[in-house]
Ligand binder design. Structure first.
Ligand code: NAP
Ligand code: 8YV
Length: 322
């Protein structure tokens, strides 16, 4: 019997994923190691794959210690915790989980927008506190008179735009290049989009290129009627600048699913009654997380069966351009 390929699991994953990995691979669990360095020293020379869900950074420091590493299979479409550029330069393939979560995340983005603009969590808390018996909940803002600006017109950005178009709302967007085949107005300049829109929905990848993309200047341009929805990555928004903009009413409100230092959320945000805060749940249904998990497993299985990766990321195209 040939030996199973050895892989490193950087943290716990759903049991059905771990069961399938155990059946096909010899799995080394970083989270269960008494000392991570000792584990990596002892198995590093034999590890050919990594399965990760952003629990630990898969950076050059780690990958250099795994000289036989061939593939990193990431749970999540966003792979900002993996240095994919370095991996690509060293003939290591990185895979992610695109498409299978697009609809779920777009649904959640629209829900978060409605929750924020119509103050639905606040009004529910009001009822539960018995305050409706005293007087009706105050009237709220509306989506009806708003221009939507989407920052990032990729798979999920398009799915959000389609949903909001069906709501009868005007859509415009910003990305580095115009998106092919979409009817919505393109703004090459993010500040110009922020000036035009009263809702800014952020759905770009994380990483150095988008760090603090939504800064004090963008928030000022969004203006006092403006609502920021961030469903991308916490680091894309300058969090202290956002807190200040909310505190000074430079913008009206925010709905957030992601934060700079998850799962820690700034106390200043938690204490603000007028913002809506979700704990990074955009893809978090059984159905969608299962599809994502299966793709993590299938990428590894396909690779070690010699059939290539199913969903390689842009930095590590397949067949490789080598
Ligand atoms: P995608 O199809 O790759 O789309 C990314 C979009 O962002 C593209 O339109 C891209 O266009 C644009 N973009 C990239 N870099 C940019 C920059 N520096 N400035 C402006 N625009 C930029 O990805 P997706 O599947 O839609 O997912 C997007 C991201 O959403 C993921 O990477 C992940 O971080 C996040 N996400 C979060 C959750 C959650 O649970 N909250 C769930 C799923 C995904 P250009 O290349 O032309 O600029
Ligand atoms: C996951 C996500 O919750 O796909 C992404 O980029 O942010 C989410 O779907 C996350 O990746 C879980 O680790």
């Amino acid at each position: 019997m040939t030996a199973k390929p050895e892989i490193l699991l950087t943290g716990p994953m759903m049991p059905f994923i771990e069961e399938q990995l155990d059946a096909r691979f010899e799995v080394h669990r970083l989270a269960k190691a008494e000392d991570r360095d000792t584990l990596i020293d002892s198995i590093g020379a034999r590890v050919r794959g990594i399965a990760t869900a952003g629990h630990a950074r898969v950076d050059p420091a780690l990958m250099k210690r795994l000289p036989k590493l061939e593939i990193v299979s990431n749970f999540g479409v966003g792979y900002d915790t993996v240095d994919a550029k370095w991996a690509g330069e060293h003939k290591i393939v990185v895979t992610n989980t695109p498409d299978v979560l697009t609809d779920e995340v777009a649904d959640t983005a629209v829900a978060l927008l409605l929750m924020t603009v119509r103050e639905l969590p606040q009004s529910e808390r009001y009822l539960r506190a018995g305050k409706w018996l005293e007087k009706p909940y105050p009237l709220t803002a509306t989506l009806r008179d708003r221009q939507i600006g989407i920052v990032g017109m990729g798979r999920i950005g398009k799915a959000i735009a389609k949903r909001l178009e069906a709501f009868g709302l005007p859509i415009a967007y910003h990305s580095r290049r115009p998106a092919a085949g979409v009817p919505w107005k393109y703004y090459p300049d993010l500040l110009a989009l922020a000036r035009h829109a009263d809702v800014l929905i952020v759905i770009v990848p994380g990483g150095p290129a988008t760090k603090n993309l939504i800064n004090a200047e963008v928030l000022k341009a969004l203006g006092p009627k403006g609502i920021l929805i961030n469903i991308a990555r916490g680091a894309v928004v300058d969090e202290p600048a956002l807190i200040e903009a909310l505190r000074t009413k430079t913008i009206y409100s925010a709905g957030l699913d992601v934060y700079a230092d998850e799962p820690r959320v700034p106390k200043a945000l938690i204490e603000m009654e007028h913002v809506v805060l979700l704990p990074h749940v955009a893809s978090g249904s059984h159905y969608t997380r299962r599809a994502m998990g299966q793709l993590v497993v299938d990428n590894l299985k396909n690779w070690f069966a010699g059939k290539g990766p199913l969903t390689p990321v842009a930095e590590t195209p397949w067949p490789a351009k080598r």
